[in-house]
Design a binder for this molecule. Structure first.
Ligand code: NAG
Ligand code: NAG
Ligand code: NAG
Ligand code: NAG
Ligand code: NAG
Ligand code: NAG
Length: 332
């Protein structure tokens, strides 16, 4: 009886594994080395990732989802996607792409997701910004970590964007007034982990034209100074990450407390905003005073060499707070 149950159990398990692994997957008709699967819309999702290819092949018109990630592709030739009117999702990340041409994305006017991070594209590769022009439906764009120059494409006409992950160019009037048209842009990731771009100073002008942002990642950007008013008009801001800006210190972000009450802040991340071997730090009332006027639920202060929290400082925290993370500090 017992043995039978075990056997049954294995039989069921095998069946499930079998189904998950092989369900509907088959070698694509056009390129047998890539794997196809039918999507809900009865179109094809093509997995051509990690196959060491150097040239983007032509795909048939019935593909909806294509991953070409992690290959050795160097350029996106003119018109290579021109038959792919149904394509919604395109992953070109982790290639060696350094060339985009004016008609690289021709035909992709239904594309919703373009992932082209970890390549070698610089804004000089195309004579103008027309390269992105067909992508009128784009909602998600990840262009992080490209080339040694930061990208300065003008993508303000991609008005359906919801998520933008890009390396910001300090000092250029990049996010100018035309970016106001991106009314659906709620998720902005400018984090500087590629180490290629930096943004030392934040001013009220920096995000002036992104009033709809809810999620803002500014980690590892070598920010030194944040002026009062930088976040004030971000009324919808719920998540702010300033972690890993090691020259910022508690004093450097003292100004954000004036701004946060007029946002919708819920999560504030300030991990490691001091140097690893800096002097021990103290948290004063004046650092967090105005947070009482917010509805914040999480504050992260890990790895800040924090030794002392001044008496009364914690009572400045709002009642809505559910999580205060203070790991890896120097409390005595
Ligand atoms: C990729 O292709 C190149 C030649 O085109 C070859 O030298 C290299 O070994 C291949 N790499 C893998 C992982 O197959
Ligand atoms: C497309 O396929 C990738 C895997 O190749 C998957 O991660 C992604 O969720 C798919 N996207 C859609 C919209 O089906
Ligand atoms: C990046 O592209 C430039 C040409 O624009 C080339 O000289 C360089 O070798 C490329 N780097 C890598 C890592 O492929
Ligand atoms: C960016 O493009 C928009 C139109 O698409 C244009 O109005 C604006 O002047 C451009 N900005 C820059 C800095 O070239
Ligand atoms: C933003 O999203 C809404 C609803 O999802 C959509 O109707 C609208 O066309 C989108 N674009 C702009 C620019 O508002
Ligand atoms: C950036 O891209 C390069 C290759 O172009 C890669 O070696 C590096 O790990 C990437 N950095 C990040 C933070 O993803």
């Amino acid at each position: 009886m017992f043995a039978k149950i075990i056997i049954n159990y294995f039989a069921i398990e095998l069946l499930i594994v079998h189904e998950v692994d092989c369900r509907d997957k088959f070698p694509c008709k056009f390129y047998s080395s890539c794997v196809c699967v039918y999507t809900k819309n009865n179109l094809l999702s093509v997995d051509y990732a990690g196959k060491n290819i150097t040239v983007i092949p032509l795909f048939s018109g019935n593909v909806e989802n294509v991953s070409l990630a992690n290959n050795r592709i160097q350029s996106v030739e003119n018109g290579v996607f021109k038959y792919n009117l149904h394509l919604l999702y395109l992953d070109l990340s982790e290639n060696k792409i350094y060339q985009l041409a004016s008609e690289s994305f021709q035909g992709l006017f239904n594309l919703q997701t373009l992932i082209i991070n970890n390549n070698n594209i610089s804004s000089t590769v195309s004579p103008s910004n027309v390269v992105f022009e067909p992508l009128v439906s784009l909602r998600y764009l990840d262009m992080k970590n490209n080339s040694n120059n930061c990208i300065a494409f003008n993508i303000s006409f991609l008005t359906n964007l919801q998520t933008l992950k890009i390396d910001f160019v300090d000092g250029e009037t990049y996010f100018d007034t035309e970016y106001k048209a991106l009314r659906n842009l709620t998720n902005l990731d400018l984090s500087g982990y590629s180490g290629r771009c930096l943004m030392k100073i934040l001013t009220p002008g920096t995000f002036e034209y992104f009033p709809y942002v809810q999620f803002l990642d500014l980690s590892k950007y070598r920010i030194n100074v944040i002026y009062r008013g930088t976040f004030k008009h971000l009324r919808h801001l719920e998540f702010l990450d300033l972690s890993d800006n090691r020259c910022l210190k508690f004093t450097g972000c003292i100004n954000i407390k004036y701004d946060l009450p007029s946002t919708s802040i819920k999560v504030l991340r300030l991990n490691k905003i001091h140097q690893t071997f800096a002097l021990n730090t103290e948290l004063f009332k004046c650092h967090i005073q105005n947070l009482r006027e917010t509805k914040i639920t999480e504050i992260h202060l890990d790895s800040n060499r924090l030794q002392l929290v001044k008496q009364g400082a914690l009572s400045m925290l709002p009642k809505t707070l559910k999580k205060l993370s203070i790991a890896d500090n120097q409390f005595t």
